[in-house]
Design a protein. Structure first.
Ligand code: G16
Length: 543
């Protein structure tokens, strides 16, 4: 087979964001766009000759075509073996597990996560390293640098590989091993959780609904929840992955999974419900009559993880991203274990997990996970919740009430202003940054500012420092406002405003969220002049 060396030129903007490169699908489909980025990855990791790499994605529009290009480029450049999920499907956590289990040198994951899919929607590609985790900043910077000086890429001239049949085939000198995307992952889950106990609890009447949102988790959830654990047939809904996710946003949030929330707040709701996103790494947790915020979910999981066999020895520590509420810190403090605060982006948890300092990690953006893989893991969170429910024999609502009366409650919300002109968003952040030194001591809406800073993270494992990770303003009563620009959008800038107010156990634990947060919301607007500088009267999305 012939290897072609194709002349190309750098394409601007191939800078991986919070999680890989995400662009409009049509941008990725432009001549040379995908090839340039893949070649930049290959060059940044020192070539693929002799290497073993994993490949799969969330099944969105163009997933199959992009997978064939990556196979032809890796084969052209001497990869020893490519381990590919059947039909080029792999959830992000399953890909992470496969990289680790097979000792691979890394893997390509095709996904734009919870962003919608289709020719006029979004596409993405990220590279994970040999530890199974997202490429660290140092590598994503090298990838970007290569993309800015690329002049050629190499690709094999060959027919498509049939990815529908499990087994091993050959592409030039490269072995292509097509694997069942679900089985290794399901086996891993059986080692972590008490499947017998969960099975008994389900057969004794615990009811559940899992919304796979027509994304990649469908086959995983059907196999694990219905087949292995015996949940009633039909408990998993929207289970068939579709290239356009059925026209929806595969985003497990109260906004995009509103039907599920409606079901859980109405009569006849099941005991437990959950949803996952495009690539299966996010989760949303609901009980009858209650939505559990991702920050609270992390805290409850941290407090109860020892009830699952995989965590019976306790946790080494808990890590959360800076904008995530501080509820998990309270659990860690009481348990006398370490807690860490990292920048947004799962990649920042990698060193803490590899070094054994943190066992559980979580983010406000609907991600929770543990040291079983190096990505957040939606179905894992669902199974840990089920294990806890089965063990405690209490409904979700009662577990939440008990948690808050023990630790207090961190009322929490995130307001997103989407597709703001980039200059306006940058100007807002710059203006706020300029005032930071003068803020401590000032009062707004009854809240007095204790400290105000631009978050900078010193990685305790490798000593690297990451600056400019979001502005956080702390008030003397423990309330907090954080502002940062999203690193995953594909249109203009998304301003994220994270709002938190703490009530101690003896405080008011059942306020309406808007009432609890009203002073923090008012202070955020006064300080950052959000309405004035964005021209928006209200956030586009509130989660
Ligand atoms: C990605 C990252 C997460 C991050 C989230 C939101 O998640 O893996 O660590 O919290 O984006 O990031 P941002 O606030 O910059 O948009 P996913 O599920 O989209 O891959």
């Amino acid at each position: 087979m012939q290897v072609n060396t194709v002349a190309t030129a750098p394409i601007a903007g191939q800078k991986p964001g919070t999680s890989g490169l995400r662009k409009k699908t049509r941008v990725f489909m432009q001549p040379h766009y995908l090839e340039n980025f893949v070649q930049s990855i290959i060059d940044a990791i020192g070539g693929v000759a002799g290497k073993v790499l994993v490949l799969g994605g969330d099944g969105r529009y163009w997933n199959d075509r992009a997978a064939q290009v990556i196979l032809r480029m890796c084969a052209a450049q001497g990869a020893r073996r490519m381990i590919v999920g059947q039909n080029a499907l792999l959830s992000t956590p399953a890909a992470s597990h496969l990289i680790r289990k097979r000792g691979a040198d890394g893997g390509f994951i095709l996904s734009a996560s919870h962003n919608p899919g289709g020719e006029d929607a979004d596409f993405g590609l990220k590279f994970n390293s040999a530890n199974g985790g997202p490429a660290p900043e140092s590598l994503t910077e090298r990838i970007h640098a290569h993309s800015q000086r690329i002049d050629a890429y190499q690709i094999l001239e060959a027919q498509d590989v049939d990815l529908s049949r499990i087994g091993t085939t050959q592409l030039a000198q490269t072995e292509i091993e097509i694997v069942d995307p679900v089985s290794d992952y399901a086996a891993l889950m059986e080692t972590l959780f008490d499947f017998d106990l969960i099975r008994r609890t389900l057969s004794n009447g615990l009811t559940l609904r899992f919304d796979a949102m027509h994304a990649v988790t469908g086959p995983y959830a059907t196999e694990i929840l219905e087949r292995r654990l015996g949940a009633a047939a039909g408990s998993v809904v929207n289970a068939r992955p579709l290239p356009d996710f059925g026209g929806g946003h595969p985003d497990p949030s109260p906004v995009w999974a509103a039907d599920l929330v409606g079901l859980m707040m109405g009569d006849g709701a099941p005991d437990f419900a959950a949803a996952s996103d495009g690539d299966g790494d996010r989760n949303m947790i609901l009980g009858r009559g209650v939505y559990v915020t991702p920050s609270d979910s992390l805290a409850v999981l941290a407090a109860n993880a020892h009830l699952a066999p995989g965590y019976a020895r306790g946790l080494a520590g808990v890590a959360r991203s800076m904008p995530t509420s501080r509820a998990a810190d309270l659990v860690a403090q009481k348990a006398g274990i370490a807690h860490f605060e990292t920048p947004t982006g799962w990649k920042f948890f990698g060193n803490l997990l590899d070094d054994g300092r943190a066992t559980l990690c979580g983010e406000e953006s609907a991600g929770t996970g543990s040291d079983h893989v190096r990505e957040k893991d939606g179905l894992w969170a669902v199974l840990l919740w089920l294990n806890i429910l089965a063990h405690r024999g209490e409904p979700v609502q009662r577990i939440m009430a008990a948690h808050w009366s023990e630790y207090g409650r961190n009322y929490y919300s995130r307001h997103d202003y989407e597709a703001v002109p980039t200059e306006a968003a940058d100007a807002l952040i710059a203006a706020l940054r300029a005032q930071l030194p003068d803020l401590p001591g000032r009062s707004h809406d009854g809240l007095t500012i204790e400290s105000a800073e631009d978050f900078s993270y010193l990685d305790p494992v490798d000593g690297s420092r990451t600056n400019g990770q979001g502005i956080r303003i702390l008030f003397t009563d423990g309330s907090r406002v954080v502002l940062r620009l999203s690193g995953t959008g594909t249109e203009g800038a998304t301003l994220r405003v994270y709002l938190e107010r703490y009530q101690p156990p003896e405080g008011a634990l059942d306020l309406a969220l808007d009432d609890a947060l009203a002073p923090v919301i008012a202070a955020a607007d006064a300080l950052a002049r959000i309405r004035e500088l964005t021209g928006r009267q209200a956030p586009d999305v509130t989660t």
